[in-house]
Design a binder for this molecule. Structure first.
Ligand SMILES: [Zn+2]
Length: 590
């Protein structure tokens, strides 16, 4: 800016040194053009006023603010704030002249002002130069703004499914690979003999929802990392050479946190059940496995698309881990137990005598299979998953306390999640009746939760109350490995106190050691967890039961959180616990 101003001044100096008639004409025309839009001046012209009157009219507009020493007395009068009245003003002696000796185009070319401006565009040379300078500055500022914007917002812009640039970028860059954390290739792009690019998923259906697809729209990691996959950080010279040869550069490699062995184990363990399995590292937030069934083969998604979206069930594309909303059943007792601790500070001194059923108005609460659990302390009631005891606890706490705890655990709230997900639902209000409050306390009534959300809550319990930001991507590298961007784990925030987390952990150990998850006791590794058997009404009106497990292993220094939801899988101990068992085994047998 400063440079161009200096240039403009030196240019004007040249002009003002030129006292030829040509210069006067130019200067006069420029002045006429400048004021032609002023209605009073136009009126003066129309009346054929003399030059002096015309100048008076013109004088209503202060002369253009330029170098005072070339503007003369009119300028100094118009701009007293420049302090020019005193001799030796700021511009004195700049070109060897003293104040007042400057040449003034207003006084030197009066005849020109009385003539109509000539047709056509005549811009004084100095003005043209100024104009060009400003255009360049504007272009430069725009360019900087563009670069800054793309540096900070490019991921969002590039990853937006509405951005056509995404696909145009693939004209220059061959989509990069997606790897698991041990460098197993989960997605790659192959080129056939005709030069056609084919996206290949070596594990077929296994990673369908977590990794997603990149045709017919985008989903999963293919969607959230689209920008990186279509950006090449390969050697700069190689890229230039490739551009000249018309060869595509290879996009960056996305290294996920997923573990193909663990994913395989979870996928196999869920078997033919519809549902989801999630494995997280609670201390880092890494997503190690994410399975959802039913699934699809991303290798043939384009060919299968019509069949998939016209399927009346229509749910292969739904990621049940993050989008499937299910009644939590007894795994919600984790929340009710925390709420009790928050209210009373301890679970000591609690006792309940379970007769197998509890009548509340005209509603009857049953324990599973009508079992009467007898005299129980808090730990027994939790380990036995006693509905009657928790119904009584819920009625004692009331809707406000249960709502407060649920919201602190992010029910009905936004979750930290990179993929598409659904918020959990929790509908208890001050108007809720006694039966609804009682059912809510053991995970029935209107409460709905995703397996992913239960994995977050379980992670916080395993990690002393601190929820880590879950992440699917560990790092991004160039395809030749020269560039590396690490994605470090971050804290989301504490969603319970450390003392509360430790107390819940103890309750969950009791579930394994003497309760409904006994299958997970006596193993080479320790497990803490909670089972759930969540009743729901099927489309034919029959009552079905979803099978839940949420827990973690190596209790003192937790390694992995495993959450299993098997749709209509019966009691948690029957289906979900064996699935989790297989996943824990796979982790420790690797
Ligand atoms: Zn009971």
């Amino acid at each position: 800016m400063r440079e161009s101003e200096a240039l403009r001044r030196s240019r004007e100096d040249d002009l003002y040194d030129d006292e030829s008639e040509l210069y006067n004409k130019r200067a006069g025309r420029a002045m006429s053009r400048r004021t032609v839009s002023d209605p009073e001046i136009r009126e003066a012209r129309r009346r054929g006023d003399s030059g002096a009157e015309y100048r008076e009219a013109l004088g209503r507009n202060r002369p253009r603010r330029m170098d005072p020493d070339v503007q003369g007395p009119e300028y100094r009068e118009a701009y007293p704030e420049d302090g020019y009245a005193a001799a030796g003003g700021p511009y004195a002696g700049r070109d060897g002249s003293s104040p007042g000796s400057g040449r003034n185009p207003y006084e030197e070319a009066p005849e020109e002002w009385q003539s109509e401006p000539p047709s056509g565009i005549h811009i004084r040379k100095g003005a043209a130069y100024t104009f060009v300078s400003y255009v360049f500055i504007l272009m430069f500022v725009t360019l900087i703004g563009y670069l800054v914007y793309f540096n900070f917002h490019s991921d969002k812009v590039q990853n937006s499914p509405y951005n056509r640039r995404q696909d145009s970028q693939s004209t220059y860059v061959r989509r990069g690979d997606i790897l698991d954390s041990k460098n197993n290739v989960i997605a790659t792009t192959q080129v056939d003999e005709n030069g056609n690019e084919i996206r290949v998923y070596p594990y077929s259906n296994m990673f369908a929802h977590a990794i997603g697809y990149s045709t017919n729209g985008k989903s999963g990691v293919e969607s959230i990392m689209n920008y990186d996959l279509l950006t090449s950080h390969d050697n700069f010279l190689d890229r230039i050479v490739n551009e000249f040869r018309g060869v595509k550069n290879k996009g960056d490699t996305v290294v996920t946190t997923l573990d193909a062995d663990l994913q395989q184990a979870a996928y196999n363990a869920l078997g033919d059940h519809q549902g989801a399995v999630i494995v997280l590292d609670p201390q880092l937030g890494s997503v190690l496995a994410m399975v959802s069934k039913p699934d699809f083969d991303p290798n043939t998604i384009a060919a299968d698309w019509e069949a998939i979206i016209s399927d009346p069930a229509g749910s292969q594309l739904v990621n049940r881990a993050t989008q499937g909303l299910y009644p939590p059943g007894s795994i919600y007792k984790i929340v009710t137990a925390l709420s009790y601790m928050q209210r009373y500070g301890t679970t000591d001194g609690f006792s309940y005598n379970c007769g197998g059923e509890l009548v509340i108005d005209d509603y009857v609460v049953h324990c599973y299979d009508g079992t009467a659990h007898g005299e129980e302390n808090f730990g027994n009631a939790f380990a036995n998953s006693c509905n009657c005891a928790f119904a009584a606890i819920g009625l004692g706490l009331g809707p406000a306390q249960l709502t407060k705890t649920s919201e602190e655990l992010l029910f009905g709230k936004e979750l930290p999640c990179e993929l598409h997900y659904n918020k959990s639902r929790f509908n208890l209000t001050a108007e809720s009746d006694q039966a609804t409050i009682a059912q809510t306390a053991f995970g029935q009534a209107g409460t709905l939760v995703t397996p992913y959300h239960m994995a977050l809550i379980t992670s916080a319990i395993a990690n002393r109350g601190m929820l880590m930001q879950p992440q699917l991507v560990g790092r991004v590298t160039s395809s030749d490995g020269t560039y590396v961007e690490n994605r470090n784990s971050k804290e989301f925030g504490a969603i319970m106190t450390e003392a509360e987390a430790e107390a819940l952990k103890a309750l969950m150990c009791q579930v394994v050691n003497e309760g409904t998850a006994g299958e997970l006791s006596g193993l080479p590794y320790s497990v803490a967890g909670k089972t759930g058997s969540a009743e729901y009404t099927m489309s034919d009106g029959q009552i079905g039961t979803h099978s839940w497990f949420a827990g973690f292993s190596n209790v003192e220094d937790p390694d992995i959180v495993v959450v299993v939801l098997a749709e209509n899988g019966g009691p948690g101990s029957q289906t979900a616990v064996p699935v989790a068992h297989a996943v824990f085994d796979a982790y420790y047998n690797k």
